[in-house]
Ligand binder design. Sequence first.
Ligand SMILES: *Cc1c(COP(=O)(O)O)cnc(C)c1O
Length: 408
Amino acid sequence: MALVNENFLKIPDNYLFSDIAKKVNAFKVTHPKDKVISLGIGDVTRPLPKAVCDAMHRAVDEMSKAETFRGYGPEQGYSFLTDAIIKHDYASRGVSLEPNEIFINDGAKSDAGNIGDMLRHDNCVGVTDPIYPVYIDSNVMAGRAGVLESGKWSNIVYIPCTAENNFIPELPSRRIDILYLCYPNNPTGTALTKDALKMWVNYALTNDVLILYDAAYERYISDPDIPHSIYEIRGAKKVAVEFRSFSKTAGFTGVRCGYTVVPRELNEFTLTGEKVPLNRMWNRRQCTKFNGTSYITQRGAEATFTPEGAAQVQENIDYYMTNAKILKKGLLSCGLNVFGGDNAPYIWMQTPNRTKSWKFFDQLLYETAIVGTPGVGFGPSGEGYFRFTAFGNRENTEEALYRLKKWL
Ligand SMILES: *Cc1c(COP(=O)(O)O)cnc(C)c1O
């Protein structure tokens, strides 16, 4: 008889975006004439940059000939891609990394979930709240979260980020061993300045905290005071793993490519206090459980660093960030309290009169046929907030704003 991992049973069945889809489908059935505009799910809509498609076509041609065919590649990724990442994403910002500190993957979500393989079940986990649900759910599966009591897991330390603290997380009063940070943030669209991030790195250095830093949206940063990588902060290589992705950067949500940085200086501990380098452990983990990202995909990712590729990537980002500006300005002009949207493709809004997030979702859907995401779906501190994405097309974004203005 096989016994199951009962931790999985603790996770509520409903998944935020499937709950939303059900409600939207019900609305469509009863309102067939209304044109629904979705500013809900965080997925890109612009097609892949031409330079990426060209590179992938060439890679397919190579695979079609015996002389240039490639089978299994290195589990850690091809050096043409890790070298390009080191040069363009890090060296250009004064961060030096070695090729064996970068692990190419099939997107940031997998490793953000898998990284816990290396960590004991009894670590205390801290998360900023609201947050990308993967961090908490993967810890629930590993048995680190405790039990769910009125919307909160008993062993997770929630660090609220709300308008009251200007979305800057404050140091926790309880000891934590592992901390998830995501900046620029999904869902709030806010970012951390160098000084604010420095406070956390210093806290981690002093208190032996492992920081799991998700920088999936770094390419959306325009403010020069905001670090793109946690390694721009001195000492961070001793305490932080960084996750990056080509998904939101270059439209790879359906292609699948990202990478994880595990610095060689990063050590964690056995129960008896022996130091263990995480880089070696992660390499072992990857070689056992992962067989690499496809060659074709990695050639596509490499092309985002060529001059044409980088320019085309930037064009898409500018397009989304123009949507963000239009949305933010429009919502502000309606007298709403609106946050984010300057260094991230998300607008985070307080609901009018602090209406509950789901109630506002229903009102908005039934009275304007616009779909957004209820803030409380990202954690208890998201109650009374609502998220719009800037990933829609321009016409829909403008149409949504027109309807919202009329409605409000
Ligand atoms: C979209 C997103 C990712 C990227 O996920 P992929 O698996 O690379 O597509 C990672 N973190 C956050 C916070 C995200 O919103």
